[in-house]
Design a protein around this ligand. Structure first.
Ligand SMILES: CC(C)(COP(=O)(O)OP(=O)(O)OC[C@H]1O[C@@H](n2cnc3c(N)ncnc32)[C@H](O)[C@@H]1OP(=O)(O)O)[C@@H](O)C(=O)NCCC(=O)NCCS
Length: 217
């Protein structure tokens, strides 16, 4: 990393960034570390978590680029209602179709992970805040070695400006207490905890947290 993180460019995500952001998603998928010990197939993981932002509605996402390499991203979505429609009606059926055709490696690790995700979903671990107040959402991940240098802050500021320009009132995000660096980060950026629910991931008790922030106050 250069001495000053300001040498790193923050810009809108472009189609050519697709593979880099999918790779970072895989390498940061477990509390900032690689999800590889808990999941079998990088393509399935990235199709699940990235495809809405990279393939369907890329216009609100940003990346951090160091000397031509993407080293962090913020996936943004100003309209979470639209996201949910597309995710459940288009992305999940496409994933199931590919899984049935045997296009993914689905071993013991993946089956366990999916059971936990479905369990959290049905227990309502991640509460949806009022979408009239907080219609937008985001996911953010910076590659190891580039953290705590102001890049997350700069990606967030770019996203907030994009949302304010579109008249969006507020935003929310879901995370786990396993992402230890994320909690002070969101607090510093002016988010407040909307809900906190005890849950369990890979045998580790943790809290499912939903954070919210108004942009119109
Ligand atoms: C969380 C994350 C996005 C923050 O981005 P970042 O570039 O590292 O954070 P910044 O350097 O912009 O930090 C901004 C402020 O947030 C707070 N902060 C960030 N990381 C922190 C940490 N590890 N401990 C305490 N405070 C922290 C600080 O107040 C910091 O300001 P300061 O450095 O002037 O004190 C990044 O560290 C990351 O990707 N972590 C691993 C994956 C992850 O947890 N993603 C979020 C999933 S929900």
């Amino acid at each position: 990393m250069p001495d000053t993180a300001t040498a790193i460019l923050i810009r809108k995500m472009e189609p050519g960034d697709r593979e880099a952001v999918r790779q970072i998603c895989w390498e940061t998928g477990y509390g900032g570390d690689s999800i590889a010990p808990y999941f079998d197939d990088p393509a399935l993981f990235a199709d699940f978590f990235c495809s809405y932002y990279t393939d369907i509605a890329p216009g609100a996402s940003f990346v951090a680029e160091d000397d031509g390499s993407v080293i962090g991203y913020l996936f943004g979505c100003p309209d979470t209602r639209r996201y949910s429609r597309v995710f459940y009606c288009k992305i999940i059926p496409a994933l199931l179709g590919r899984a049935l055709l045997g296009r993914y490696r689905i071993g013991r690790k993946t089956r366990r992970y999916i059971r936990q995700v479905i369990g959290s979903f049905f227990r309502g671990a991640y509460k949806t805040p009022p979408l009239d107040l907080y219609p937008a959402h985001l996911h953010i991940n910076i590659a190891a070695g580039y953290r705590r240098a102001g890049l997350g802050h700069r990606l967030m500021k770019a996203y907030f400006a994009h949302l304010r320009a579109g008249g969006i009132r507020g935003l929310h995000l879901g995370t786990s207490s396993l992402h230890r660096s994320a909690q002070p980060f969101y607090r510093k950026l002016g988010f407040e905890v909307y809900s906190e629910t005890k849950t369990n991931l890979e045998g580790k008790p943790n809290a499912a947290l939903v954070w919210v922030k108004r942009l119109d106050q």
